[in-house]
Structures are given as structure tokens and as C-alpha cells.
Design a protein around this ligand. Sequence first.
Ligand SMILES: [Zn+2]
Length: 280
Amino acid sequence: MVTHLPKPKACSIALVDAIVAERASGRNATFFNGLAAEWRKRIKYYIAEHGNPETVPTWSKATDRRTSFLTLYNTPRKDSSQLPILNQLRDRTLRFCPSCGEEGTPNTLDHYLPKEQFPHFAITPLNLTPMCDICQGAKGTKTTDKSGRRMFLHPYYDEFLASQVVHLTIGRPFSAPNDFFLKPSPDLPNELFELVDRHINGLEMECRYSKFFRDEYIRLLRLSQEARDAGDDVRKDIQKFKRMHEMRAVNLWPHIFYDAVVKNQELLDYLANGDLPAML
Ligand SMILES: [Zn+2]
């Protein structure tokens, strides 16, 4: 699930100034000089609004000259100001996708506000987050739902992501559960509950992660059997696993899975005393 990320160090507004200065004598000098003040203003507004597509408008001057902006992102010059910043954002030190929690280094940079509709944010560091290919494919150029409400969580700005925002329910029968239901945390205020719900659905998480939950559940059955065979306390072992995953990040899937197990007394009873499947 989504993880809060520290904001990039590079200043989004200073980068505009540097780019305009670099173009002072080039082919696009008049174009960039002419819109520099407005460009800065729009980035300040993005920052003030936390990139919210419900309130940040598109800009026809930028969409009319989309290619001039997209070139800054797609083919930056070697000596350009944006290249080292883009390289740093792509430094691949993260070990999971901040938008879905998929394990592994995210392959791509996502434009939170898509560069097609918002080309003037194509190189804005605060609009660029690492993302896995599957999330990027599911997100595409979507920003809001039919009612105009934003669909996706923003890893830099949605600070409530420091707490657990998704809960899992494991369906019966406990010997071989087929259903794993994901829901936003019931502790969230209504507005954030609905936002998390749109994010889960927008990135097709329930269906993407059902196999992960099934595999994790089979491991849990095996661990429980082993603990029982060794005369250990199954409940204590499960708490230990939960704490281990919690220390890494509360919104990563292994923690969400174990959190669901420890909160389910009936399931804990089954794992400690029930008839576990024989083929384990
Ligand atoms: Zn992802």
C-alpha cells in the first residue's frame, strides 16, 4: 500500500529560474521568458494545494506548447539543471513502490499530475514520484473520478500515510480462505476514507494482491503447524511477525496481512487449536 515519502530536496521554483536562465539566448528564449513569472506562480500554487487535481487548473499556454515542456523531461541536455535532479529522483534506492507497496525497486517516475495535461509540471520534482510499471499502467492519465474528486494518494503530501490506512479481512473457511477484502482503515475521517477507497480501486489493488494474500496465508498455516509441533505459543509467534513487519512500514502488505490476523480472535483460535489442513 502507499507509503509517505520525504519530499525531494531540489527546489521546484529555483529549477524554473535556472531553466529560464539557461534559455536566455536560445531558440525558445522569448517563449520561456514570456511565461516565466506565470510558470513560477503555478508551481507555487501546486505546492500550496499539494498538487490536488480538484483545484490545480491546467494551463492552455503550456498545453499549446506541450512539446517545449516535455522535451525538458524526455531529452534533457547533458549540462541542463534538471538532469541531475531527474537522475537523483531515479536513483533506485527505494525497495518498494510507494503507490502500491509492490516489493522491488520501482522502475519508473510517475507524474502525479500527468505531463500530458500539465506539461508545465513535467520536471517539477514535487510532481515526480517513483512508481512500479503496474501502477503506472493502471493510473495512466487519470486524476479525478466522475464527480471531480481526486483519485490517488500523493506520497509527498498525504502525511496521514504514516499511519496504517488499509485494513484486510480474511474470509472463511480458515482452512482455505478464498476471499481477502481490502478496506480503508475505519479510523480515518470520512473524506480520507473515501480517498483511500478510490486509490485502492483506481490501482486495482484487491485483485492484484489476492495471490500475495493467499501465498502469505499458506505460509501462516505452515508456521502455525510448526509452532504447534515445537510446543511454541502460536499467538506469540504471530505477534512477533507482525511487529517485525510493522518496523519496516505499517502500510506494506506483510504488515497489513499480519495486522488482519492478530485482530481476528476467531482466526487466532483456529491457528492455535483448530484442525489445520493435512497437506501442510
Ligand atoms: Zn505500484
